[in-house]
Design a protein around this ligand. Structure first.
Ligand code: GLY
Ligand code: MN
Ligand code: MN
Length: 437
């Protein structure tokens, strides 16, 4: 791993909070992700399952975590099973955790090699009554491949049909929605790396540059700062490409007079950041582009003010929609009379602003968390309004990552330039005041 290890207290506290949510005599099992195959003997880069990582810090394939808070023997309350390393693996694949290292990372004392799993797990199951297993219950998840967790569920239910089975996912969603100080440190680092990448672009973007050259600048800066790379597929969308919300071709030439929408951010230590900025390719916005830009910025600032304890995502999105509606009327894109007659279930602003304003952010970019809970300190949301006008070749989105605190919203990206004038000055190579929202 390129990142520096987090304080193991993070995982110790996460397991404690998870254990408190279980019924008596319960055992929970979490599996690592697989290496995803590509073709022939190829695989994609390994990305750990967020839940086993959250509870153990173990960032390696073929790992199983078993938590059994009521186990009779204290040593059996937290048990980790790992792929046993050997000289062959060391030569061909490189380093894997030793038991001591896994203990240091996770704070878990009882660590077995995987070959011991059947017997050790059987002994634990004979003591347990309830079993918590894990599935991906993200509302928008589309999972066609069978994960290790899914295979384990089949195995477990077949081998132990008379236990009571429960879902870990609702507990994980509740816990992961609120970030601890260690997690916020990792997310702040991800944002700081993203800032470095963004600043690198301010003197680089100009007419004639290809979108993929911008992507290349970013990955260079991210990896040299201990990031694995992009936290999600980077969107580098010039001109009308910006109106394709999930544009990832990144293969067009940047043209003078267009605005380029960048939705690009680094991960760090498996935690995501999520940034969007919109820059004038020539270095200067036109009057119209600046008007649209400033409208989006005003919506963003109004929205950030609503990311406070006690609010909720449903009311928040409705309120932001109202602010956006006024801005679109001001820009001449909507007609006030038409808006007054609109169907509230399908407001007119959706023609120019068709996505949500905020999502949970954490180990996953669209992180887990319920839309029905009230905002609490420790939650991190993106704030990402946008206006998309294909007929004007223009799409503008601005996105920062906001931590909810007892003192109000805290912008983890507060140092990343956002004012239109500041962006223009920096692109012209002039130094400028520090931004703060
Ligand atoms: N980058 C993905 C998103 O903004 O939600
Ligand atoms: Mn984004
Ligand atoms: Mn986002």
């Amino acid at each position: 791993m390129k990142y520096l290890p987090a304080n193991p207290q993070l995982y110790i506290e996460n397991r404690k909070r998870f254990a408190e949510k279980l019924k008596p005599k319960s055992l929970a099992v979490f599996n690592s992700n697989d290496f995803m195959p590509t073709g022939a003997d190829g695989t994609m880069m390994f990305v750990q399952n967020s839940d086993i990582f959250y509870l153990s810090g173990i960032d390696q394939e073929e790992s199983i975590l078993v938590l059994f808070p009521d186990a009779k023997e204290e040593a059996n309350r937290e048990v980790l099973f790992l792929k046993e390393t050997n000289e062959h693996i060391a030569v061909w694949e490189g380093h894997k955790y030793t038991k001591d290292e896994a203990n240091e990372v996770s704070g878990i004392r009882k660590i077995y090699w995987m070959k011991d799993f059947p017997a050790a797990f059987n002994a634990l199951m004979c003591e347990a009554e309830n079993v918590y297993l894990n599935t991906n219950e993200h509302l928008r998840a589309v999972v066609e491949v069978e994960t290790r967790d899914a295979r384990f569920i089949k195995f477990c239910r077949e081998r132990y049909p008379l236990h009571n089975y429960n879902r870990s996912a609702p507990i994980m969603h509740e816990l992961r929605a609120i970030k601890s100080k260690y997690e916020i440190e990792a997310m702040q680092e991800a944002c700081n790396i993203t800032e470095k990448g963004f600043r690198r672009l301010l003197g680089f973007i100009k007419p004639g540059v290809m979108e993929y050259e911008i992507e290349a600048e970013l990955i260079h800066e991210f990896v040299r700062n201990r990031s694995r790379g992009f936290a999600y597929g980077p969107i580098v969308a010039s001109g009308a490409n910006a109106c394709v919300l999930h544009y990832t071709d990144n293969n067009k030439e940047c043209r003078s007079g267009d605005v380029i929408l960048l939705d690009v951010a680094a991960e760090y230590g498996n935690y995501a950041s999520d940034l969007s900025r919109s820059l004038p390719i020539s270095g200067k916005f036109t009057e119209r582009q600046k008007d649209v830009y400033n409208a989006v910025l005003r919506v963003m600032r109004a929205a950030i003010k609503m990311l406070v304890i006690g609010n909720n995502i449903i009311d928040y999105h409705k309120a932001v929609g109202k602010v956006m509606e006024e801005e679109l009327i001001g820009l001449g894109l909507l007609d006030r009379k038409e808006v007054e007659k609109q169907n509230p279930a399908n407001p007119l602003y959706k023609k120019y602003y068709m996505h949500g304003t905020s999502h949970f952010l954490g180990l996953d970019v669209h992180d887990v968390g319920s839309k029905y809970i009230l905002f609490e300190a420790g939650m991190v949301f993106t704030c990402e309004p946008g206006i998309y006008i294909p007929e004007e070749n223009l799409g503008i989105r601005l996105e920062d990552d906001i931590l909810i605190t007892k003192k109000g919203p805290f912008n983890l990206m507060g140092n990343i330039p956002i004012e239109a004038d500041e962006i223009e000055s920096l692109m012209a190579g002039k130094s400028i005041k520090k931004t703060a929202i």
